[in-house]
Design a protein around this ligand. Structure first.
Ligand SMILES: [Zn+2]
Length: 61
């Protein structure tokens, strides 16, 4: 898996900085791939404090 996950918001990104929060603190050691389609209705989105649809990691180390 070459994609990395943002340490701050858990967003999965293939670049060098997070597209959502702009953080460059990315980790390749993550698990639990989740796609959030409707953040306002998703319990996972609330748990991760996510308000944008997209791909996220459940755990980022
Ligand atoms: Zn982020």
């Amino acid at each position: 898996m070459s994609d990395k996950a943002c340490n701050d918001c858990h967003r999965i990104t293939s670049g060098t900085a997070c597209a959502v929060c702009g953080s460059s603190t990315l980790s390749s050691d993550w698990s639990g791939y989740v796609v959030i389609i409707d953040p306002s209705r998703s319990n996972i989105a609330k748990k991760l404090k996510v308000d944008l649809r997209g791909e996220y990691a459940l755990k980022v180390r």
